[in-house]
Write a protein that binds this ligand. Sequence first.
Ligand code: ADP
Ligand code: MG
Length: 686
Amino acid sequence: MAEKKISDLFHIRTRFLRSVHLERDFQDPSTLSNYIVTDFVRSCIERMARGLKPRSGQRAWRLTGDYGSGKSSFALLLAHWFAGQESKFLPQIRSAVNSRQLGVSRPHFLPVLVTCSRQALGTSILKSLHWALSHLYGRGTKSKLVLEVQRLLDAEAVPTDDQICQLICKVNTCIIADAKSTGLLLILDELGKFLEFAALYPQRQDIFLLQLLAEAAARSGDEPFFMVCLLHQGFNAYTDHLNQSAQREWEKVAGRFEEVVFNQPVEQVAIVVASALNVSTQDIPRVKTIELKQAMEMTLALGWFGSAQRKILLESAACLYPLHPTVLPVLIRTFRRFGQNERSLFSFLLSNEPFGLQAFSGRSTRTEDMYRLHDFYDYVRTNFGHRLASQSYRNHWNLIDAIVESFTTEDELELNIIKTVGILNLLLNDGDLLPTEEALICAVAGVDHTTQKRVRVTLEKLRQGKRILYDRGRARGLCVWPHTSVDLEEAYADACRAINASQRTATFIMDSLETRPVVARRHYIETGNLRYCEVKYCSVIELLEFVDNQTTDADGLIIIPLCETLAEREEALKIVKRTELKAQPSLLIAVPQPLDSLASFVQEVQRWEWVAKNVFELQGDKYAREEVSRQRAITRSQLEKRLQSFIGWNQLNGPMMLAWFHKGRPLTVTNGRQLLEALSRIFESL
Ligand SMILES: Nc1ncnc2c1ncn2[C@@H]1O[C@H](COP(=O)(O)OP(=O)(O)O)[C@@H](O)[C@H]1O
Ligand SMILES: [Mg+2]
């Protein structure tokens, strides 16, 4: 008989293979068929049901949770329930989602499902609203509401937040009056993508549409309008680079929403994972079942599952085969901290990524192996390494990777131990999954006494003999680097205290600004005359003086006043429109967006420069030194990129954020190509 492979024991449920896409999956009734109502999901339902009570104020919600934690699936469940599908639910779902038991009347909302992207929120919402209304009123009859939404979408001027919010409220009132539904349910999935966009263009103030909608939902009283946002981190995670007043504004907007932190307790994640793998436990060799359970006991004793429910975990130990019990908490933590949309817990479990679970499961069930932490180290290195490297001063990845890679040994056990310590050192800052001696014995050796002994001996050898593992006491466990090395996190914190925030950005960026003259290319090709413009920068205070006494040896002059704040920009915009400028046809002025939104980028650069200059211990620590120069390069290039998008005019196609003026009038120039065109035209007419 052919040998059984581990993968033969899986009966993977396909719905776990891809993450949920709201609009698409809502149409497919089977997507809820394997949905598992965990206690956590139940508690969320109970909380949110309060918003269904008459005149409740709790109708604007945001769900924050990691990638793959099941937010979209939950939203899908909510959408079906709100849409009046309750009676079609399978028994396991009905037991939790039962309007009568929840003390509310059966909802019959119109779901408007939006998956956000990096663009204006209003447009995304209007499109989904249009779709939902067309379906509600049927395709043939062009209802007045549908037309109204269409009109706003087609309008030449971008609709204002007020217009959008008013229209949504009007639609809400109308569908209730027409007895079509109990109200609107607006779900905004992947709100983070929109927030990234909003943070990139703070001057557009897009964020306030969210505030208006949340307020409308909370005040919707007898005409319920329910709103749910899904995102994978708090609002503040997107505001790092905004100035302080903008950060406070965002906080206020976030405060308009009731928050559900969508992180399932670990034993409930275990249940969902077990359901995804759907292992036929009766086919696992008996010795392994016993071993898994004992290993789970040991892991519980390490405290790695926190206060999770023992009983459930012991029962599911075999259902997680071939995952060693120490792997699950590390998996959850790693994906929580470093996961991305496509790389979530489920992609590790179910897709064919190198060193992932599926790749491992090609092995025979008869070998002794389980998927252990050192295997996961290889997975992380191959699939995450690149990303970890760019933020490594916090997670020490470059250091860990360099040490593990340069470690040579004939003894596989030694390597497995080093890798296990390495992956746990990556999570060092969390402070609870510690590579103590007992933890390593459990993770590497499991329950076998002879191997346990060997691990003990090897650990001693790696510490005393080879000096590759360093003991940092009970509070921190073992570590692959000596603790004499520079603590960059601390150094960075010192730098934050040392660098003063309130300084003018312009002074700092002056040196990095582009000052090469601009040649009117077409004019040169067509006429053979080489005409060019000089580029000068000044402060807004100097602008008048520069304009009045323009001196240049070139054929034309471009002046760029560096406005620090919105107020300064307003000031500059007044000056550039002066009628006197009519008489200065060879002068162009380009007004940038306020520079204060670059302040945090400048600060980052300054902090790392401070560290390089002031932390003397760097002399003796090659890794930390390299890390600091890497951080300096990264922050510099981030600043330069931002600067380029703010003031750059020499990229030919990308959008330009400068407002151009010529002879006191605005000039339509939105990219580098148009600028060269405009210059050629100007020189022609001269
Ligand atoms: N309670 C659950 N029951 C069944 N499957 C779930 C559950 N929670 C999550 N999943 C599955 O996990 C995967 C990720 O869930 P998803 O809702 O897309 O996560 P998120 O939106 O938080 O990134 C999906 O394949 C989904 O089917
Ligand atoms: Mg999702």
